[in-house]
Design a protein around this ligand. Sequence first.
Ligand code: HPA
Length: 247
Amino acid sequence: MSIDLAVIGGTGLYKFPGLEDVERYASDTPYGHPSDAVVLGRVGGHRVAFLARHGEGHTIPPHRVNYRANLWALHDLGARRVIGVNAVGGIRDDMGPRVLAVPDQIIDYTYDRLTSFCDVAGAEVKHIDFSEPYSAGLRGDLLNAAARVGIAVIDGGCYGATQGPRLETRAEIARLRRDGCDLVGMTGMPEAALARELELDYACIALVANWAAGCGDEAEISLPEIFANLEAATQQVPKIVASLLAG
Ligand code: HPA
């Protein structure tokens, strides 16, 4: 089956708006069950696969997501280009709430996650090149697609992947900043590395939901505000995807 684009929706994106002629594929994989059924449909005549990373009812926390099954299921259905939509906290001064960014680097602080398709008995060990963790071509296509529909998206930034599900301490964010992270989220890894192992084109749209701990003026991070910011930022995603497919 040919699929023009797969989208993995993060917090706040559980269904893809405007997806038509929808069919659901509840797949099993050698790595277990994906987070939910893959929803296949059409956007402007192009075939799009959508998967809710945390499940459609947001029941799976970031450290329990079966990233391997998710990527495998999409690949198995025929997807070759995948966009991960990720809610993040903003660290860099120009990456405040409601900003959209297409990061170009990652630092992985997660632990105890299954990070490779190789770690099953007898599997061939693959040492992938991950110098550039996202596909340059798909990143460029995303940025051009956003520009065509007049949506401001920051080009680049380093995504710090933390374990969650709790948010970080101020000291942890200060350390991430010193390390060079511009954004912080809980789901960017191992998703990007697994996509590379499967030789998928993969890029991320990061939606800034809040200032990361200690970065804004607020003493605490307010969850209702996170959700309001995410809702606003998420509305831009289908427009960018439609423009990407049309372009
Ligand atoms: N930290 C980690 N992940 C997040 C945040 C944050 O501040 N906001 C949204 N996802």
